[in-house]
Design a protein around this ligand. Structure first.
Ligand code: SF4
Length: 465
């Protein structure tokens, strides 16, 4: 998961940096901006938040932004890695910012890339050379050879372009006002720039925005089966974002209502309080509390000041610091039956620590609810879990997970509740044990199922060859 930004129309770089901050939750490893300068492109990049990117006092006609998350496990830990791993990337006449993961990269190159985005930029530049600088034909050739997820904003000859893979895994939206066009992973960016959301870039579509306010839309792929990542709604996106015409906040609220049905089926004693684990589960917890007719209380607070230190430490230090992640309102916990709500349970270690913390503070019962069903399988489309063994639900059933986290009851969302809450049928649900939507990811998965892949490398692709 990464954040993608593209702005056409004079925009001070300081302002572009501020807009990029609205995508900081999509990638906290690094951030960067890129803009054309005489005969090439200039970049400004930094580890961590966009706030740390130092930009000159300029207002280029077109600019790209990127926030970076390690899509296949490699974290950026030093300034030396920035140019290799953090976008946006330029190659020859083209520059791009990308979100996603290419699953057949090893089929296409032997070269090691710090980021798929760098590979895509070079490939696109190669196809531009082959096609006499024809962007539409170059994108067509690129799309013919790629398998996986890619939502891209780019610059070509002073124009801004945007494209999505034929399945539309990752969100990408655009808005326009006068001669300004903005492309972004999430629509929240537009509000701050006084631009209204126009629509999503369609899966398989290429849009080219010109400085005179013109816009061309090209249908590169006619694939009618789409696979929008359900996890965007459950966890990644800001609640204020609108993806595929769905306000993420509304989806999360409906997830809470659906979760209430799952809770009622279990015939448990009513809790004293419904308690969200901040921040993503708050709308769901509110809806769940309303449906059950019990109050919601925010008795678990996030310690907001761990910042980048939390990310940059060794695994041992990270585990140690994780204990400091949450603060508790002890007075509201003692003697109470609590229904804790989180968006998902990945490794189970966070849920276990929270349940334990609440028991130590005197909770009489702790129920734990997750707004999405058990995640049983890895993601090859750009989420940092490329090995199934990292997921507790891949090898433990629900009673086993309940025992592991130490809860009095564990309530998972069911599949119908999830799909109905999102309100779309064409979702990617592969990490919930459903079929992978693209051929190469299916082949990787079937080849390695049960063997445990190695996070942080692309060995799973290489071995398949
Ligand atoms: S496998 Fe899961 S996380 Fe990955 S794109 Fe599909 S739904 Fe999203």
């Amino acid at each position: 998961m990464c954040g993608v930004l593209g702005i056409l129309g004079k925009c001070p770089l300081v302002r572009a940096k501020r807009l990029l901050l609205l995508l900081a939750h999509r990638g906290q490893d690094a951030a960067g901006l890129l803009w054309p300068t005489d005969g090439g492109f200039t970049t400004a990049k930094a580890l961590g938040s966009p706030q740390r990117v130092v930009v000159p006092d300029e207002a280029p006609e077109v600019v790209l932004g990127s926030t970076r998350y390690p899509t296949y496990g490699r974290r950026i830990t030093s300034e030396d890695d920035l140019d290799q791993c953090a976008g946006p990337f330029a190659s020859g006449r083209i520059a791009i910012s990308h979100n996603g993961n290419i699953t057949n990269l090893r089929r296409l190159t032997d070269r090691e890339y710090g980021s798929d985005s760098q590979f895509i930029a070079e490939r696109l530049d190669m196809h531009l050379s082959e096609t006499g600088d024809d962007l539409v034909e170059a994108v067509r050739r690129l799309e013919d050879e790629l398998d996986g997820a890619y939502s891209i904003a780019g610059i070509h000859r002073g124009r801004l372009f945007a494209m999505r893979d034929p399945r539309g895994f990752k969100p990408l939206v655009f808005g326009r006002k006068d001669n300004t066009a903005i492309v972004a992973s999430e629509s929240t960016v537009f509000d701050m720039q006084g631009v209204s959301l126009e629509r999503d870039i369609y899966p398989g579509e290429l849009i080219i925005f010109s400085p005179d306010g013109g816009m061309e839309s090209h249908s590169i792929s006619q694939d009618l089966t789409h696979s929008h990542c359900f996890f965007e709604y459950v966890y990644f996106a800001q609640p204020s974002a609108r993806i595929e015409n769905q306000l993420v906040y509304d989806v999360r609220f409906r997830l809470g209502r659906a979760l209430a049905l799952c809770f009622k089926k279990m015939d448990l004693e009513m809790p004293d309080y419904v308690v969200p684990i901040p921040d993503t589960s708050r709308p769901a917890a509110q809806a769940l509390a309303e449906e059950l007719g019990v109050p919601m209380r925010e008795i678990i607070l996030k310690n907001r000041y761990l910042g980048r230190t939390f990310i940059l430490q060794s695994q041992h230090e990270r585990n140690d610091l994780a204990k400091w992640k949450y603060l508790y309102l002890d007075d509201k916990i003692r003697g109470k039956t609590l229904l804790i709500v989180d968006d998902s349970i990945v490794r189970g270690t966070t849920a276990r620590r929270i349940v334990d913390d609440l028991r130590q503070r005197g909770a009489s019962k702790v129920y734990f609810a997750a707004t999405c069903p058990p995640q049983t399988d890895p993601c090859y489309y750009g989420i940092d879990i490329s090995t199934g063994s990292e997921l507790i639900a891949s090898n433990t059933d629900v009673p086993g997970i309940e025992t592991f986290i130490g809860a009095d009851a564990l309530i998972y969302q069911d599949m119908d509740g999830l799909i109905n809450a999102i309100g779309l049928r064409d979702l990617c649900l592969a990490c919930l044990g459903q079929e992978y939507p693209t051929e190469y990811a299916r082949r990787i998965h079937h080849h390695f199922k049960g063997r445990g892949l190695k996070p942080g490398t692309r060995d799973y692709e290489r071995e398949l060859d």
